[in-house]
Design a protein around this ligand. Structure first.
Ligand code: NI
Length: 176
């Protein structure tokens, strides 16, 4: 299974708003599988299609506690239909390497979505999965967790990551 390249902030492709999935075919299942493998290889708990430059509304997640069996999940055309409570969550993002910060999220959410086969389901959940669902749906809308931070913090993060990417580009040249 080949891994997919994750688009990194501040790449503008992360700002595109994804469109609904209408074709529930083998290609969709394959991309979802590749996204799951890419997520596991990157040690993430969620990955939105937007992050692999596929601008359709779906994401994969596995928010099982460490040491517990894997719980891979795919959410196609997800919509939050209910939310309750507020919590502060410490978040990171595979598209924004080595940055973590606190964001306010709903404590629990009810999400309506479809499986890769197109079957509808509804899920009410709290904990890490609830935060993950909100974070990944934001990606599908072109929104990042750092958008919730102060402008000053956002500017610092942008500078830090642009510098890191310049260094990566230089390192890559050494191996040409
Ligand atoms: Ni993310």
């Amino acid at each position: 299974m080949s891994l997919l390249e994750i688009v990194l902030f501040p790449d503008e492709r992360l700002r595109r708003v994804a469109t609904d999935v209408t074709q529930f075919d083998a290609h969709l299942a394959q991309v979802a599988d590749q996204m799951m493998s890419t997520m596991y290889a990157s040690r993430g708990v969620g990955l939105a299609a937007t992050q692999v430059d596929v601008h359709q509304r779906f994401f994969v997640a596995d928010c099982a506690d460490e040491g517990k069996p894997a719980a891979p999940m795919v959410f196609i055309n997800p919509i939050i239909v209910d939310r309750e409570g507020l919590i502060e969550s410490e978040e990171g993002c595979l598209s924004i390497p080595d940055i973590n910060d606190k964001v306010m999220r709903s404590e629990s959410v009810t999400v309506r979505a479809q499986t890769v086969q197109g079957a509808s389901f509804e899920l009410t959940t709290g904990g890490l999965l609830a935060v993950c669902i909100q974070h990944e749906i934001d990606h599908l809308n072109g929104k990042l967790f750092i958008d919730y931070l102060s402008p000053l913090k956002q500017q610092r993060i942008r500078k830090k990551l642009e510098k890191a990417q310049r260094h990566r580009a230089l390192d890559a040249k050494d191996f040409l």
